[in-house]
Write a protein that binds this ligand. Structure first.
Ligand SMILES: CC(C)c1onc(-c2c(Cl)cccc2Cl)c1COc1ccc(-c2ccc3[nH]c(C(=O)O)cc3c2)cc1
Length: 232
């Protein structure tokens, strides 16, 4: 049957995409990727700064997801803490997969490769980046996929599971329709996108292990990252 995006679904996509594009890491921060000197310590510091800025961007984006601010306040925090790493994988994947005009793709990749992270984390990480690149995800799908990730109801400490599930289903409905309309030649495209979200959750596990090993080596994070990742 002919898939039709309703008027309110069009409005929903527009507000999500506008929010996604509006909130970005400032240029004066990201251009440091090209400027700062190159060492494991400096790379780690830069990535920490990127992640900290990205969390701030993520919070602003999340506040613009229709319905999010009407959730229980504590559930809002639980959703942000539970999805931060996955959302940052999606965002950094966008930078690492497409040819960034500002040439950050290669230098970000190299700094990640030389920041003291273990191979056992980097392999799945770069496999994920490759699998995202293959899907050539459009910006509407990217923004909606990030919203779907944030609105995952089964995060730790979420109380009103149903309220979050309802919001996520609203996003999934319009994402599914967009995929059908924008990838008519690939009826499995929506399913493949959701497969990436499953892969993302396994990366959470690797990331938690990496955080532990960083803490052993007494690596320093910013207060915001300590709060969102419950470290120190
Ligand atoms: C605390 C640091 C070391 C860290 O720990 N885990 C990760 C970590 C890692 Cl590697 C991988 C995935 C997730 C996390 Cl959360 C990181 C670094 O996280 C990020 C690195 C880069 C970016 C990022 C996002 C958007 C950007 N735009 C541009 C631009 O040039 O426009 C550069 C850029 C960088 C975001 C998070």
């Amino acid at each position: 049957e002919k898939v039709k995006i309703t008027k309110e679904q069009q409005a929903l996509v527009k507000s999500i995409v506008d929010a996604y594009n509006k909130h970005q890491i400032p240029q004066d921060v990201t251009k440091k990727l090209l400027q700062e000197q190159y060492s494991a310590e400096e790379n780690f510091l830069l990535l920490t700064e990127m992640a900290t800025n990205q969390v701030q961007v993520l919070v602003e984006f999340t506040k613009n997801i229709p319905g999010f601010l009407s959730l229980d306040r504590e559930d809002q925090i639980a959703l942000l803490k539970g999805s931060a790493v996955e959302a940052m994988f999606l965002r950094s994947a966008q930078v690492l997969s497409k040819r960034m005009p500002n040439g950050h793709t290669e230098v970000l990749k190299e700094r990640v490769r030389n920041s003291g992270m273990s191979e056992e984390f980097m392999t799945p990480m770069f496999n994920f980046y490759k699998s995202i690149d293959e899907l050539q995800i459009g910006q509407e799908e990217q923004a909606l996929l990030t919203a779907v990730t944030i609105l995952t109801p089964d995060r730790p400490y979420v109380k009103d599971y149903q309220a979050v599930e309802r919001l996520q289903e609203t996003m999934l409905d319009v994402l599914r329709k967009l995929c059908v309309l924008q990838h008519p030649q690939d009826p499995q495209y929506f399913a493949r996108l959701l497969g990436r979200l499953t892969e993302l959750r396994t990366l959470n596990h690797y990331h938690a292990e990496m955080l532990t090993s960083w803490r052993m080596n007494d690596q320093k994070f910013t207060p915001l990252l300590c709060e969102i990742w419950d470290v120190q």
